[in-house]
Design a protein. Structure first.
Ligand SMILES: Nc1ncnc2c1ncn2[C@@H]1O[C@H](COP(=O)(O)OP(=O)(O)O)[C@@H](O)[C@H]1O
Ligand SMILES: Nc1ncnc2c1ncn2[C@@H]1O[C@H](COP(=O)(O)OP(=O)(O)O)[C@@H](O)[C@H]1O
Ligand SMILES: Nc1ncnc2c1ncn2[C@@H]1O[C@H](COP(=O)(O)OP(=O)(O)O)[C@@H](O)[C@H]1O
Lengths: 112, 433, 433, 433, 112, 112
């Protein structure tokens, strides 16, 4: 099993969800995160005090998938999340040793 | 041709005379009436800031929360200044031979209004400011139509011109001695002047700006309904100033206006709530507050002339009618009136304006019609409604066209995605951690 | 047997006469009194929406924030309509031979109330609406007892019946010409009618519904105290309308009611704050606002008849007493009165009702007792308190039993876990990202 | 030496007489004036809680949101009690041979104030409570200077002493029959007494406490501007009570005060907004609301004596002046006045106080000066400003020094990092999940 | 060392914390996340517009534990978090190469 | 590639960001988390009900870095985040199999 983690632009969530669904990914866990990277933030202004907000709101998607699906999943995410502008985000792949479904106690691929 | 049913017109006339110090026929000042009108003025301002701005702010997405509050606040400031410079005169001045249509530019900058100027039994300064609060809330209502996508600069331009070309003249027609008032259209506190006018202008703006990006696909739920409930509650409370204040005195008519306002709001809130409960299986807080506002809108033109049972009926009709307009009708026609200024204010205003012609009849517990029969009065009301709609559609459209050509109406796509708070104002609504 | 100490009873009597146009002995309308009562009515409505609804909304968990606001709002609408249909008559009508106990069903739908009907020096429409706002806030207060677990439908049913069977009769007993008023129980603005009544009914509901899931184990801290502070502040401001408005005139008694309301609220806020500071080592914002509300509750029955020093004493007593009731007593008895409607409103109401019998004495700076001595008056006050508690306990219990049998009082476990906002209303309070 | 231009001084004088029952020369009670003053009192309390507390709460970081609201609330309670015990007497009592400087301790605990005591045409109880609300908001304004770092205990001590030693005497000097009023300084509703006084004291506190940890390096943006917009809106609405209420009657002067208040607030809001737009490229919501408050501050001393055009000018000047003070000046001098109580209230107060001396002139649309020429009047105004500043700087400094020595002014570093909500009050503002 | 990640229902946090404490886990880091999976979301309704909210609030717990404790830890979490209804969540196990305690600079098992 | 995850005290974010920048880390993803550990929480008090809040607000920083940078990065974080008081947090290192830049589709070290 692999854990695929994607950092994406928030407004792309629906598209990515849809794409994952189409390649057969049943479960995803999403967190709201702040991203620092090449993409520039914006300036804020309060009573004359200007300062730069250098983080940007992003979403982090995590999905545990079978090894053979990884390629497909990555492709699906990448296609759905891309806008071509800076800040589109990253996809990371890491290895997962075990997965357990809490409800049933199933383990391994059965648990995903 | 019609009976004057309240003290309002008289007071207004006196108000106009009050502008001409040389003709000083002013009534004596009533401290009681003045006390009430000072309060009523505060209440109507309270309706816009913070009331309406909260009602609206809660309904948008969190990235646009400040933009809506900013728009309401800036409108408040701009309209106040324009009203003082020429708006009051346009609406309540003496237009001479053209008086059926506007009040002219005779006396700008409130010249001649002193501490001693009277308008009926209250100081003219109070009458002027009370009317100013109406000239504030009307444009502010329009914000609901184009929320979440209009440029702040274009918005400001639009509102300034709209006050001048649309609000002030219509206000004059109905309350300032113009042709609609003369013709016996009953509009005690502004069903036509304020609500239909704003609701229709909002729809025009919604159509001209186009739908919000993602409308119909992405969910756009209210981001903080707590704010909207606070706002609706404040609108309700403030509306006592709006309706009972429109009597310009603390008397029996003001008292009855207070009572019917409460009754209609309550009836409409229940009507919307139960309708939704039946149709969808659950009552919602957005529903009940929308219903209350619909009832308040609908009773507005009627509040000086109907009785408690008329108010119950008008409220119930508005609750059901606006529920239908803001849900089924909107879906059917497919426009994106972000916060339903048409579905609630225009629809509620039309229902109220027409039913005013019915329930003001003495036989139905009202205090009298301006025309001889209910059907004649309803026709008169219809003429008031139709001419207001026609005028505001054309004029609002033209103003928007011109502004679009000059500065552009809509923010660019990235700004819309990022949200107006950051893109227009360099601020964020919530920094909770 | 007792001296009438304020204009209130007279005004009320006139109000009742005003309902019978044939007997039109109406006073002349005072624009000043009317101005104040229009304002006071707005202020009391303001206490419930948005005031109380915010005070309560901030204290629940975020998944229930809308449910509490919805309940207050729906109560506002429902009570208004019922009040117009029959409630006002039940409370302030002429019950004939049964007048000691209720006002009968003689005149439903406010028939006979016209623009010219008077109630003392103000229009009857204003008196009716002012009283309506009391009939709104009393049931709304009860919400605090069963918050976070009651079905919306059951809540609505309960409140409708409770207004009819509990509030309207008790209101009649004290203010409508009934036996408690006749007996010389002093309750200027509703310590007994409103606060003890609601506080006890809230406790009965809390006990019958049972504790919230997880109560005592899981932490259930207020989710947004900012809202509660806003709400408490609005309650404070609105209470001027409640207490000084109960004079039904803008006169010296109203002025003193204003002053003592402010003094008692402040004294109680400080008392609770310092008590907590001593006991726990830190003063809390929930503490100080609870104290202020406790003081406002306690001064309510006394506000027409005590002086500034009586107010200081009553406020301090209420601050300490309610602090004890809402913390130690509640813990000792183990009930789950979610938002302490008993600990604050019933306890504060009892303290206030009894001390009214003390500090109204001329010798203690008050404007006079209805009975001859302080001890007689305190006994009378005690009888008022005891009979209200007895009646409301029994009646509220029976109503809840019946509703439980018919539709069930409590949401199921999953709905409670998910929160009432989604389970009852298909909405969420905050969608901040 | 100077003409009395309004009814205010007369009413005040009568108020003082009203304190001496043996000399009962009281005017007859006006229900209309009383109605307005009951309302105005509610409005001014509304300015502090919830108005100012929200305005401030929104601007701090979320970890300190409750601390600011707690401070405003506790100040409200404490000042009320102190005012009743001795504050009112200090400010409005008869100081005998020392009357130029203070009102003495002649009658503590409001002894002698009964239901029948009059102050001009209103009950003395109302006058006393109205003035109490001024004694509440003034210290509450100071909170803006030291927000996010002061110990709650030290804050409470400071405010209690400050009321006694600073506010009450200055109030007496200007309104209580003291030397500044005698000298013909015009300060209708408290530009000097309230705003300059508080603004300067806030700066002194900011300097003595030192900067917030991380100031200048870490960003400290407002955590919830929605709250600030609500607060500013409430301040605006409530200010009608502040300014038009300061007439102590519902008459033409009150009406004009209402009008000019609205006009100045609007003009200043626009001025700040456009200035920021030009300088930074975007208008901000924090900017426009700050502008509105600046305009309200500046019109305060002038509201009883200038006309609409004077109000426009004063508003515009205040908007620009305070924009400069709260941004450029603050940056240049480098102090950390957390919420700009100096930049908005002191700066706005000074602008308003001086321009009152200009625009009150009949030739400029005002209702008259107390001195013979504009320049004499401006000098008088300057003396009022300068003596207030001098006194409040010295006295505030000394009080803070003493308190620092006794209990310490500032929380420790860890508490500041953690936030005052948890460290001072064991509470958190938002528990949204 | 292993990193055990659990996605659970929010109201189970206290129980799971307690269970972890009992098996000797000293440190846990918790994030609020949104979960998409088999469990169905709810419908929301705003002015007649009904739409389905298909994510559900979940909590993600992460705890770094020694290899020999993994089994125990997983069991503890599973028992404490189970309700038997859909949506109870998952447990994932991944390998961790190193851990450092910032305060002291300790590394490895000492750092946990 | 390695994924370096750090749990830190919130007010240390700016310092850590700065330190990472200095060693050449371009991208970081930050989440708000709640930490349970040795550091004690605080007590809250509501109407006489005292209870202990045993979690503490922390930030979780995640940054994917080349293997050769790991040591430097860890050191930078540790130095910048340390206060010496309990609760300073942890740094975890795990192996990452692949990284993809969504915008361009680049993979591996190029994607970071
Ligand atoms: N090395 C990294 N480790 C972890 N997250 C990263 C890394 N680099 C970028 N990110 C995340 O990806 C987001 C987008 O990266 P950015 O450099 O702005 O643009 P792009 O993805 O187009 O190169 C960042 O906001 C951050 O959340
Ligand atoms: N493959 C997965 N990868 C990551 N998270 C998952 C995955 N599958 C499920 N989840 C998380 O677990 C939660 C519960 O899963 P769900 O399928 O609803 O029920 P169950 O755990 O009973 O099978 C989801 O809401 C999601 O947060
Ligand atoms: N074993 C662990 N697994 C995951 N996170 C941990 C672990 N131990 C500690 N943490 C995180 O690190 C934070 C600090 O740990 P703590 O034990 O309080 O202090 P210290 O880091 O000084 O030992 C915790 O709040 C928690 O978020």
């Amino acid at each position: 099993m692999k854990l695929v983690t994607a950092i994406i632009k928030p407004f792309k969530l629906d598209d990515v969800r849809q794409a994952l669904h189409e390649v057969g990914v049943a479960g995803v866990t999403v967190s709201e995160v702040k991203g620092f990277g090449r993409q520039k933030g914006h300036t804020e202004l309060y009573r004359g005090a200007e300062y730069t907000v250098d983080f940007l709101p992003k979403l982090k998607l995590e999905t545990a998938v079978r090894v053979e699906m990884v390629e497909q999943v990555v492709e699906a995410i990448q296609k759905a999340a891309v806008t071509g502008k800076m800040g589109d985000g990253k996809i990371f792949i890491a290895s997962l040793e075990e997965a357990i479904r809490i409800r049933t106690g199933e383990t391994g691929r059965e648990a995903l | 041709m019609f009976k004057k049913t309240t003290g309002r017109y008289v007071a207004l006339a006196a108000g106009l005379l009050g502008m001409l110090p040389s003709l000083a026929l002013a009534d004596e000042l009533s401290a009681g009436d003045t006390a009430w009108m000072l309060t009523a003025t505060a209440l109507v301002l309270f309706m816009t800031i913070p009331g309406l701005s909260l009602f609206y702010a809660g309904m948008v997405r969190s990235k646009n929360v400040l933009s809506v509050m900013m728009q309401c606040f800036a409108i408040t400031a701009l309209m106040s200044v324009l009203w003082v410079i020429y708006g009051y005169n346009l609406a309540f001045g003496d237009g001479g031979s053209m008086n059926a249509f506007w009040g002219g530019f005779g006396k700008l900058f409130l010249s001649g209004m002193t501490v001693d100027s009277m308008s009926g039994t209250i100081p003219e300064s109070v009458f002027m400011t009370f009317q100013m609060t109406f000239a504030i809330i009307t444009p502010a209502l329009i914000v609901g139509g184009f929320a979440e996508r209009m440029k702040f600069s274009a918005m400001l331009l639009f509102m300034g011109i709209w006050l001048t070309i649309v609000y002030a003249p219509i206000c004059h027609w109905v309350w300032g001695g113009g042709w609609l008032g003369d013709y016996g259209v009953l509009d005690f506190a502004g069903g036509t002047v304020v609500h239909i006018n704003a609701g229709v202008a909002g729809l025009v703006a919604a159509l001209m700006l186009g739908k919000r990006k993602g409308f119909g696909k992405a969910a756009m739920p209210p981001h903080n309904l707590t704010l909207s409930v606070i706002g609706a509650s404040m609108l309700w409370v403030g509306w006592f100033g709006f309706n009972a204040g429109s009597e310009l005195a603390a008397d029996g008519t003001a008292g009855m206006a207070l009572a019917v306002t409460q009754i209609a709001a309550a009836a409409a809130a229940l009507a919307w709530m139960f309708a939704e409960w039946v149709v969808h299986g659950k009552p919602s807080v957005l529903g009940i507050i929308s219903g209350a506002v619909a009832g308040l809108v609908a009773i507005t033109p009627a509040s000086g002339s109907v009785g408690p049972m008329g108010a119950l009926a008008i409220g119930a009709a508005a609750g059901l009618g606006c529920y239908w307009a803001a849900t089924s009708l909107k879906r059917a026609l497919g426009y994106d009136d972000s916060l339903d200024v048409f579905g609630v204010h225009a629809a509620g205003g039309i229902i109220g304006a027409l039913l005013t012609g019915v329930f003001s009849a003495v036989s139905l517990g009202g205090s009298g019609l301006a025309h001889d029969t209910i059907s004649e009065q309803v026709i008169a009301q219809g003429i008031g409604v139709a001419s207001t709609i026609a005028y505001t559609v054309v004029a609002s459209y033209l103003i928007l066209k011109v502004i679009d050509a000059v500065v552009g109406l809509r923010v660019d796509e990235d700004s819309e995605t990022e949200g107006l708070d950051v893109s227009q104002h360099d601020e964020r609504g919530y920094i909770l951690t």
